[in-house]
Structure formats: structure tokens, C-alpha cells
Design a protein around this ligand. Structure first.
Ligand SMILES: [Zn+2]
Length: 361
């Protein structure tokens, strides 16, 4: 099969693009057409014949066509997982076509990320940080969840910079620093700055695990680009939240403090995140998959927390995805039983998953 098409009554192709009678056509792992099929029936009779009334170029004839009686959207991306603690096949079958692994030993995660580039890999596309950069004895080197090598311990700024360069050479798509004062010593400001300098010099973002008093402030001061968790261990000042909203992104991971229950930690995280969102801060969906009983695939519990934090349904879909469905983009998409813009619970009704043009569910 070379050209494959999916139709549905409704699709969200990307920000501001909700279309009826949706048609997505794929070839060699890429989208070649994504839009409404309404106008396609009437083609210009003139030469070329490939222009439609709507001005879009017409899709090629598919060899195979599938109909989803529901809703199409781009594949979901989970920006915070530990894929080694989960089942990649179940993650993909659950509608997550891309993940970012935020800490795992270098010797396994970099080769797994490379293997995931193959369209036939039974799992999502994996981008990774490799191990977390931490100080001697710092988090997560003494944590029971973390196999040996999940943290790389550095001493001094030259050592920190070298560790960061080694991770980039190994294929890190993001650098992660540990600032967990509740679990032991933390990186010095000099070490933190050195990692940020190497990351930014290579155009690679730096994400931080911040836990304990004052750690978010330190991350912001050093120029960290992202928090790997919505901060839950202290209430951030409005001034700090305002400064963060201008230049940082927060990965949600709210349900790890809750698992469906009301807890002081999830309340604190929601309070911080709500103010961050109200200031216009950018939020990405992430579950910290592997940490406790987070289910593989799209986690509707995390989605509901994000909704409570103040994201509108459309901004939620944005936070859940990475690339729009448009010509030239990767053919990663999900079919749902109904429209999640009307009821977010629809995100738990995955009917179809396509990764790199290949139907996996
Ligand atoms: Zn994590």
C-alpha cells in the first residue's frame, strides 16, 4: 500500500483549524493532504486539474481508505515519560505517537531512541535527555525508581559543561538538571549556568526537576527553559510566576500528585499553574509515565487537571500535540469516538492510531 486516506465527520488539524468532512491523505509516512473534502468533488476542469475551488491542491487518489465515525486529531505527545518503566507498544496503542524521556541510563535510552526512528518500531517516536545532570549524591542517584546511571554526577562548572556536551554528542534532544533539595544536595549556581550555556549554545532546551524551597527561583535565574513538573512544593510569588510566563514552559505532570484524588500537593501545583496560565505561560502535556500508576497512552486524568488549571479545550489540544496535520508533516494521527472539544472524556475513546503513516490500531 502506498497511499492511505482517513476520513471523519470532524477533525482538529491544528490551532484554529477545525474542519468538517475531514480527509487526511498519507504517503511514505508523511501527510500529503489534510483538510475538508467538501470542495474536492468539484475540480477545475482546466489543464492541470489539480486545483480545487478552495484553492488547495487536490490529494492523490488513495489505494486504501478508512472511515472513523468520530474525530481526527494529530497524535498526542507526552513530554515527560520514563519509557523504560512502561510498555512502548501500549503507549502507542493508547494514542501517544511521540514521547520525551526525561531521565534514564545513557547506555539504553539513546539506542532505544534511535530504534524508535524506524516507522515499524512498536512504540512512539522517542526523544530523550539521557541521564539527569546532578551533583555528587544528588537526586536521583539515591532514588529507588532510578536504575544506576539515571543521574550523571558532576563536580564543578567545567565538569558540568563536559557532561552536558557528552549528552548532546550521545543524542540528547533536551538536557535535564536536578534541583531537588528535598532529596539531597543540588547543583551549584555555577554548575547550573554551565549546563544552560552548553544547551543554549547547541540550541537544545534545558528542563529542570525543581523541588524544595527556592529551587524554581534558582532555575529561572540560571535561564532554564522549562520545568519538568508543575511546581508543587511551595507557592510561587506572583512576580516569579509573571517572569516565568514570559520565557518558560511548564510540563504538567499533575496527576502524579493526585492519581484521581484531592491532595495538598495537587492543589499547590494547580494554584501555581493556574496563575502561570493566566499570565500567558506555555504549558505542555506530560504525565511522568513510569512514576506510579499512570496508565500508558492518553491519560484523561491529566487532561482534566489541565482543564481545571484553566486551559480552554482548544489550548488543551495544543498542549497535547506537537505538529499540525498538514501537507509535509509526519503522518501521526489519532481517531477518537467523538469530539473532545465538546467533552474531554472523548480523549479516552481512542479508535484509531497511525504513526508514520502506518496503522497501529
Ligand atoms: Zn520524571
Amino acid at each position: 500500500m502506498s497511499i492511505f486516506a482517513v476520513r471523519a465527520p470532524l477533525a482538529w488539524l491544528g490551532p484554529g483549524k477545525l474542519v468538517e468532512d475531514a480527509l487526511v491523505v498519507m504517503e511514505r509516512g508523511r501527510v500529503v493532504f489534510a483538510g475538508s473534502s467538501k470542495h474536492l468533488a468539484v475540480r477545475f476542469a482546466g489543464e492541470g486539474g489539480s486545483e480545487t475551488l478552495s484553492g488547495e491542491s487536490a490529494p492523490p487518489e488513495p489505494d486504501e481508505e478508512l472511515h472513523v465515525d468520530g474525530f481526527l486529531m494529530p497524535g498526542v505527545v507526552d513530554r515527560h515519560v520514563h519509557i523504560g518503566l512502561s510498555d512502548p507498544g501500549a503507549v502507542l496503542a493508547g494514542g501517544v505517537t511521540g514521547v520525551r524521556d526525561l531521565a534514564w541510563p545513557a547506555e539504553t535510552i539513546f539506542s532505544l531512541a534511535e530504534a524508535s526512528e524506524s516507522p515499524s518500531f512498536n512504540g512512539p517516536l522517542i526523544r530523550c535527555a539521557g541521564p539527569m545532570i546532578t551533583c555528587t549524591g544528588g537526586y536521583p542517584t539515591r532514588s529507588s525508581w532510578a536504575p544506576k546511571g539515571t543521574g550523571v554526577e558532576v563536580r564543578g562548572s567545567a565538569d558540568a559543561a563536559e557532561a552536558a556536551r557528552n549528552l548532546l554528542a550521545g543524542g540528547a534532544a533536551v538536557l535535564k538538571v536536578a534541583l531537588n533539595a528535598d532529596a539531597g544536595p543540588t547543583l551549584s549556581d555555577e554548575e547550573l549556568l554551565a549546563v544552560c550555556e552548553v544547551g543554549h549554545g547547541a540550541d537544545v532546551p534545558v528542563t529542570a526537576h525543581c523541588q524544595g524551597r527556592g529551587q524554581v527561583q534558582r532555575a529561572v535565574g540560571a535561564g532554564v527553559d522549562e520545568l519538568a513538573h508543575a511546581p508543587w512544593s511551595e507557592r510561587l510569588s506572583d512576580d516569579l510566576v509573571q517572569a516565568m510566563a514570559k520565557r518558560m514552559r511548564i510540563v504538567s505532570t499533575l496527576d502524579i500528585h493526585s492519581f484521581g484524588k484531592d491532595t495538598p500537593e495537587v492543589r499547590m501545583a494547580l494554584d501555581n499553574l493556574r496563575r502561570f496560565i493566566a499570565e500567558g505561560g506555555a504549558v505542555a502535556y506530560g504525565t511522568d509515565l513510569g512514576n506510579g500508576p499512570i496508565p500508558p497512552g492518553i491519560h484523561v486524568g491529566e487532561v482534566w487537571h489541565l482543564y481545571r488549571a484553566g486551559l480552554s479545550a482548544e489550548r488543551l489540544l495544543q498542549a497535547l500535540t506537537y505538529r499540525p496535520l498538514a501537507a509535509g508533516e509526519p503522518a501521526d494521527l489519532v481517531g477518537l469516538g467523538r469530539n473532545p472539544l465538546e467533552n474531554l472524556g472523548a480523549l479516552g475513546e481512542v479508535r484509531l492510531v497511525i504513526r508514520a503513516g502506518r496503522r497501529v490500531r
